[in-house]
Design a protein around this ligand. Sequence first.
Ligand code: PAF
Length: 254
Amino acid sequence: MNIHGSVAEWMKASSGGDVSARGLVPTMGALHEGHGSLIRQCVSENAQSIVTIYVNPTQFENPDDLGNYPDSLQDDIRYLESLGVTDLILPQYSELYPFDFTIFVDESLDSKVLCGRNRVGHFKGVLSVVMKLINLTQARQVYFGKKDYQQYRLVSKMVEAYFMPTRIIGMDTVRDEYGLALSSRNRRLSSDQLELARKMNRLLADMSLNTNQIASQLSDWGFQVDYCEERWGRRFVAAFLGEVRLIDNVEMTR
Ligand code: PAF
């Protein structure tokens, strides 16, 4: 695997290369099997499979959340090598944001609901960095997990709105044996919290319950519910266990 420690290194190494079979999985590191499923798909569909690891500060509205984001670069590198990734890019802030965050991409409808309601500016940071990473790599296939369904939807809209020559591929959520959606944040749960978190998906997927009933059951169990809502043919939830914010969504089946 070629490791490019900066945007400049990547630009030098990739200049003149064939972009037609380039796939990208943008990540913030702390990789787990959920990323693994995107990366395997990317490796299987593209001659050049690129992963970026960049903890993007502009999408964190809460500095503690940014500070607590897990860092496991050496393990991540071993994992990516085992999956057969051809290129890893590790951009620097000054390279991605030469004008700081004064030039950005924003969306004014779908980004203001669900995770965008309380995480003000979150999707502005996500869309801006994703556009930069797609343009930088010139990837023709880019892979996103549907656990972050709102993100996947917004990135798909952005690519269409800006005529970007890129296909956005949404992959199903990977879950543990109890149905808990895999997430880097799960590492921060205590064993009691993990047990509770594992009950969330079954409740969300129970179509005999409405969203108010789900929210109130989660509160009774000790979650602090941010939202539980249905839209776009799916049911979404975001809830805190202590400091850890968990999200999940399922397709509506009734
Ligand atoms: O889903 C993530 O890990 C991030 O939001 C992304 C897409 C890498 C942008 O920073």
